[in-house]
Ligand binder design. Structure first.
Ligand code: ADP
Ligand code: MG
Length: 538
């Protein structure tokens, strides 16, 4: 256990920095892998969230210790860059520190450990290429398995499969260009009702078009509509020159009303003559104008969100104008169809068949807002991982097969190293083995026996054997447990970077013990949180 190995042995300084990271690793390691346990996170206001997503747990924990914060940042960076492997980062940090503590108690200087870890990591990453397998094409079915592996354990098995398929369908719809893909999640309904739509979905609730003005609520389709866009308010300009004038008699008042009415008629006529059937306005549209437009067969959509407005302009080829008077047939764009529909409790407009920019929207459904949010995060992770795999053009077997193989490679190399770096290489290999060991432990099998069996299978040429979902050794390629190599390489690089920082900090603390009490940077907030480097707000 980390806590034990980093305990003060009486001859060494109490090693608070290492304990902090170790305890954080302990907190999340039980969530690693498909059989990982859930954690219950109690939020500041008493809300309880049950999850087994390591990165979320760390994010929600109120980490006060500076070292804990380093670990947290590394996990968050992994999550945002690759979309997977955050728990792996933390487990690796814990294991590398545990080995570093053993190496130090054997008399190795932190600098030797830091250098050795750096070399071992480089060697491991060089060796990784030999375990990579190439994708056949961008339509390789195994991409769905890769997406699925990334989110295994976050939802039930059937849904995990569905996420993988949805992610792949969505990416294929935009030729793997994620900038043309939008993810939207709506509370209400079930995950299996999620669909990938060709085109752009505009949320009318955020666009806040009053539903009363939509002639036929429910599903309604406009085929090949002409789309006009106005990037300004549509209404009667404030008569600024008569601001302070009181309208004395009824003639004056009715003159003004007539003037306003004329202007409204003019605005509507201008929209109609442009041939527009759908009008997107970035600001508000005068209510009477809106009603008149609907009567003339034009669907007005006001307060379109800025990002959506820009997307619609690009995708439809419509040119936004600053005043209705500038609207002509030339400024309008088109799509194959615009469909008005209700998703959950939200009214939406779907623009399908965009001629200028092929776009897709992944429309996700989840029971409550919390579930809908989680569904969105899972889908986003699936998409990230698939994109990363395509960038790599290759994948590796998961379930700890690769770290096991790399640890064996390092062990074979270390015997040829003449100096004490040999010990560091061995320690690094043992730390890599923490991944298959933890996966086995979490699935309820004996970690050492499982690891030994996997090593034997590797020795006899089956280098794709790892820890199966049931905790027993299994061929990961056959089981479809596949990952982009980047998840592991980037997790390893981040872990080594954090461990190096921690070991360096420790080195400074140890060589200038007098400063410890005064230097606030090294003031271990440990004590303040009752011995824990982190505390869940309560
Ligand atoms: P992380 O936050 O690091 O992604 P996870 O809880 O997702 O943590 O666990 C990732 C580990 O679980 C990886 O080693 C991955 O290969 C493994 N894994 C994922 N799915 C399976 C599966 N079906 N069977 C065995 N191992 C799996
Ligand atoms: Mg994962």
């Amino acid at each position: 256990m980390l806590g034990e190995t980093t305990a003060d042995d009486g001859t060494d300084e109490p090693n608070n920095t290492q304990t902090a990271a170790g305890e954080l690793a302990d907190a999340v390691r039980t969530t690693l892998g498909p059989s990982g346990l859930d954690k219950m996170v109690v939020g500041e206001n008493g809300t309880v969230i049950v999850t087994n997503d390591g990165s979320k747990i760390i994010e929600w924990m109120d980490i006060t210790h500076p070292v804990g914060q380093l670990v947290e940042q590394a996990a968050a960076a992994q999550d945002s860059a690759v979309g997977d492997g955050a728990t792996t980062v933390v487990v690796l940090i814990g294991a590398l520190l545990e080995e570093a503590a053993t190496l130090r108690s054997d008399g190795l200087h932190p600098t030797t450990i830091i250098d050795g870890y750096g070399r071992a990591a480089e060697t491991a990453i060089d060796h990784l290429a030999q375990y990579e397998r190439s994708l056949h094409s961008r339509h390789d079915d195994r991409l769905a398995q890769i997406a699925k592996t990334a989110v295994t354990g976050r939802w039930d098995d059937a849904s995990t499969e569905r996420f993988g398929e949805l992610a792949l369908t969505a990416l294929q719809a935009v030729e793997f260009d994620t900038s043309r893909l939008t993810l939207k999640s709506y509370p209400g309904g079930e995950l299996r009702e999620s669909v990938c739509l060709d085109g752009v979905v505009v949320d009318l609730e955020t666009s806040s078009t009053s539903l009363d003005t939509l002639s036929h609520p429910g599903t309604q389709t406009h085929a090949e509509p002409a789309i006009a866009m106005v990037d300004a308010e549509i209404g009667i300009e404030e008569p600024s020159h008569i601001e302070s004038v009181t309208l004395q008699d009824t003639t004056q008042r009715s003159e003004l009303q007539a003037h306003e009415q004329d202007r409204r008629t003019e605005l509507v006529a201008q929209v109609v003559q442009s041939g527009a059937t759908v009008l997107f306005c970035q600001k508000s549209i005068d209510e009477a104008v809106r009603t008149a437009l609907v009567q003339r067969g034009v669907l007005p959509v006001e307060r379109t969100r800025r990002d959506e407005f820009d997307v619609i302009a690009r995708a439809t080829g419509s040119t936004p104008v600053l005043s209705v008077d500038e609207l002509t047939a030339d400024t309008t764009g088109t799509v194959a169809s615009v469909t008005q529909r209700t998703v959950g409790t939200t009214q939406t407009l779907t623009l399908q068949g965009c001629p200028e920019e092929q776009r897709a929207t992944l429309l996700l459904r989840g029971g409550t807002p919390h579930v809908a949010g989680e569904v969105r995060r899972i889908a986003a992770d699936c998409i990230d991982v698939t994109r990363v795999t395509l960038d790599d053009g290759a994948f590796v077997p998961g379930g700890g097969a690769v770290p096991t193989a790399l640890a064996m490679d390092l062990a074979a190399l270390s015997s040829g190293i003449p100096d004490r770096t040999q010990l560091v290489f061995d320690g690094f290999g043992t730390a890599l083995e923490a991944l298959p060991r933890t996966l086995a432990t979490n699935a309820g099998t004996d970690p050492l026996n499982t690891l030994a069996t996997i090593q034997q299978r590797h020795d006899s040429g089956s280098e794709t054997v790892g820890v199966g979902p049931d905790g027993h050794p299994q061929d990961m390629i056959a089981a479809g447990v596949l990952e982009p190599a980047t998840v592991f390489t980037s997790a390893l690089q981040r872990a080594v970077a954090v461990v190096t920082q921690i070991l360096r900090v420790d080195d400074i603390v140890r060589t200038s013990p007098d400063k410890r009490g005064t230097d606030s940077e090294h003031d271990h907030s440990h004590a303040a949180t009752g011995g824990y480097p982190w505390a869940v707000g309560h």
